[in-house]
Design a binder for this molecule. Sequence first.
Ligand code: FSO
Ligand code: SF4
Length: 544
Amino acid sequence: MFCYQCQETAKGTGCTMAGVCGKSSEVAALQDLLIYVTKGLSVVTTRLREEGKDIDESVNHIISVNLFATITNANFDKDSIVEKISKTLSVKEELLERFEDREGLPDAAEWNGNKSEYAQKAMSKEVGILATRDEDIRSLRELITYGLKGLAAYSKHANSLLKDNEEIDAFLQKALSKTLDDSLSVDDLVALTLETGKYGVDGMALLDAANTGAYGNPEITTVDIGVRNNPGILISGHDLKDLEQLLEQTKGTGVDVYTHSEMLPAHYYPAFKKYPHFAGNYGNAWWKQKEEFEKFNGPILMTTNCIVPPAASYKDRLWTTGATGFPGCRHIDGEYGQVKDFSPIIEQALKCKAPEEIETGTIVGGFAHEQVFALADKIVDAVKSGAIKKFVVMAGCDGRMKSRDYYTEFATKLPKDAVILTAGCAKYKYNKLNLGDIGGIPRVLDAGQCNDSYSLALIALKLKEVFGLDDVNDLPIVYNIAWYEQKAVIVLLALLYLGVKNIHLGPTLPAFLSPNVAKVLVDNFGIAGIGTVEDDLELFFGES
Ligand code: FSO
Ligand code: SF4
């Protein structure tokens, strides 16, 4: 196997024996094949679109879910990946029938085989990251592919709320097909990378509209982090439709529902406040789940990544749905637009003890775009008076590496007139530190999930307008972003597309950036890594 798509990749260069994430080499190879045949299907859909033919929404959904299933920590289940390959091949065969002339298709689009041939094909020289020999072309192809995985994940959540955007799907598939095109130069691929960022903005806007259209605009909310005495179900991941259905189905059962990690921001939406059994948030970011899930005592539903391979002691309480999977854990299926049946999870919860308390207190969030716009006058006054000197965007992901303590220390040592804008699970590094407020404005403004980085971009654009600036980079905003997996890649590309410069990315730069591609990002966008907390405070604020 060779995989270097996430920040925790082995030795900072690539996982070759087994994934640091727990992915086996067998599953890694099958995921490579799934990506390969999905790219093949995308060549076919793209060519059919060029011939003026329509592509069914169901095909778009297959492609998005395939990409989503290969995101770090999403799906470890060999059978699930094999099924996805088979489905993709059969849909592709049907679509190939619609061509008048199928000359010149690449192997990825032509290849077909049965299940017994998948492993061999997966190991062949055409499939996998190292199939591209030139390291710069490979780097750009992977950067684009990872961005598209993030875009696909966000699209999938919007699709679950029955919001589709054919333009985004058509681009996603065209871009996937271009990663197989040997005629494209480094410059062509750099341009495609930026175009991917444009569709990243569109994808996050689609999901924002889907979420706020269904559940209202997030508002300032205090979330309990303690526990109650009833049995509970813990729901993790990013899918709000799954949460809605779980809350509906647990009504009046005596079972409470708690959020975990990236599901925390669900509390900020008005529509979920009507459920008295929506109890609070339990635990922290994804990587602490082993100890926290043990103590939760009840079932846990993973709606998306990030899954840590579970301990045997709670494995029978871990459930997956959507694009996720783990061998031996039960999976709840559901078609778009249909209600999933969560009753087996509720039945299990009723037999479990209430969660063990691991924390007490509250956290405050809900600072997505509309809520911040409502506070705009107050914020602008605070900036004009000098009470707020700078905003620091610290969005992105958390992770288990010790080097990420940097972010806690950085947040703690920030000048007291700096405000953190956050989104994604990165917030768990500092959202319980009680950093105080500036004239009633909390010093940590949590917009929501990683996809709500879109809100942070809208807030920046709004401030640019209010202050009458021509360039978003003239605002008193610095970017110190933490990344882990591929959704952070699409967020980064979206920010680059919006013209944001000088983003610091840590705790390490992606292994998939070749020296030349990294240089393009440094020279054109001022991308940089992180240094020591003291050096970076000096750099950003001129003090330490
Ligand atoms: Fe975190 Fe995981 Fe949202 Fe990611 S839970 S790391 S960027 O999946 O998606 O922020
Ligand atoms: Fe390694 Fe990350 Fe790939 Fe897992 S997703 S195999 S940890 S690079």
